[in-house]
Design a protein around this ligand. Structure first.
Ligand code: PAF
Length: 284
């Protein structure tokens, strides 16, 4: 039976343990999540092993990053199964605060990210989302005082927002991005995939298939705008409501019109029934 991670409900308890580890010369990684853990999250813990001796996964479904019309109350909450997965991967700690611990009475500080948060991708469809993400991630980084923190590349714009915020606010925790973990057919792993019906799940693979083919075509020299237009048509023809399919510079997220504007990252967001899926692919 694998050893269960230490569970911290309070910031002070986590801080005390992190301080002990650090006093013993051990480095600490933080992996912020909203739970409903899958192999993608497990790969973040595994990636942290190359950089830190100890790993803490935080599980907090952060209300401030959901719009009123989004799935905050329906978001999957699977704490016991999450803990079992963390034990399996040898995670040392799980920080699972209550909303009151994170946002006590009187809480009133906003974090308003700029730069990549205004790139015209997710922010066009979820205008307050990155302010909520930046707020909670700033808090988590301050709370844990970890040496490094790990985020999935699947939320590519989010990763850029967090990198920018950590640099701008002189945060000492090093931010790492980890490549997206995929199902065997190529669908990017996501806690929201559980919302897909069986026919939607079969269709969902279209996104990664079109992304990969588009990346290869661009790499082979096809005009970026033509490839993007064709990919958008293909995704809509498959039955998705497309929010965007864009070619961007992977570092700045500025629009990329040709290979010279690269390194290019293709990014897509599309809705299938009630589920909104995002994914991205490097042109390399
Ligand atoms: O990517 C997520 O799961 C969340 O946005 C994060 C980074 C844990 C903040 O709540």
């Amino acid at each position: 039976m694998p050893e269960m991670p230490l569970i911290f409900r309070e910031i002070s308890a986590m801080r005390q343990k992190v301080a002990q580890w650090r006093a013993a010369g051990e480095t600490v990684a933080l992996i912020p999540t909203m739970g409903a853990l899958h192999a993608g999250h497990v790969s973040l813990v595994e990636a942290s092993r190359a950089h830190a001796r100890r790993a803490i996964v935080s599980i907090f479904v952060n209300p401030t990053q959901f719009a009123p019309n989004e799935d905050f109350s329906a978001y999957p909450r699977t704490f016991d199964a999450d803990l079992a997965k963390l034990a399996e991967v040898g995670c040392d700690g799980c920080f699972a605060p209550t909303p009151g611990e994170m946002y006590p009475q009187g809480f009133s500080t906003q974090v308003i990210p700029g730069g990549p948060a205004l790139a015209g991708l997710e922010d066009r469809f979820r205008p307050d989302h990155f302010a909520g993400v930046a707020q909670v991630v700033a808090k988590l980084l301050n709370q844990a005082q970890a040496d490094c923190a790990f985020f999935g590349e699947k939320d590519f714009q989010q990763l850029a927002v967090i990198r920018r915020m950590a640099a701008d606010l002189d945060m000492s925790t090093r931010i790492f991005g980890v490549p997206t973990r995929r199902e065997t057919d190529g669908l990017a792993m996501s806690s929201r995939n559980v919302y897909l019906t069986a026919p939607e799940r079969a269709l969902a693979v279209t996104l990664s298939r079109v992304l990969r083919a588009s990346a290869e075509t661009i790499k082979a020299g096809a005009p970026v705008n033509e490839v993007v237009a064709r990919a958008s048509r293909e995704i809509e023809a498959a039955g998705f409501a497309l929010d965007y399919f864009e070619a961007r510079n992977a570092d700045s997220l500025a629009p990329a019109a040709s290979l010279a504007d690269g390194p290019i990252r293709l990014l897509v967001a599309a809705r299938l029934g009630k589920t909104r899926l995002i994914d991205n692919w490097a042109v390399e």
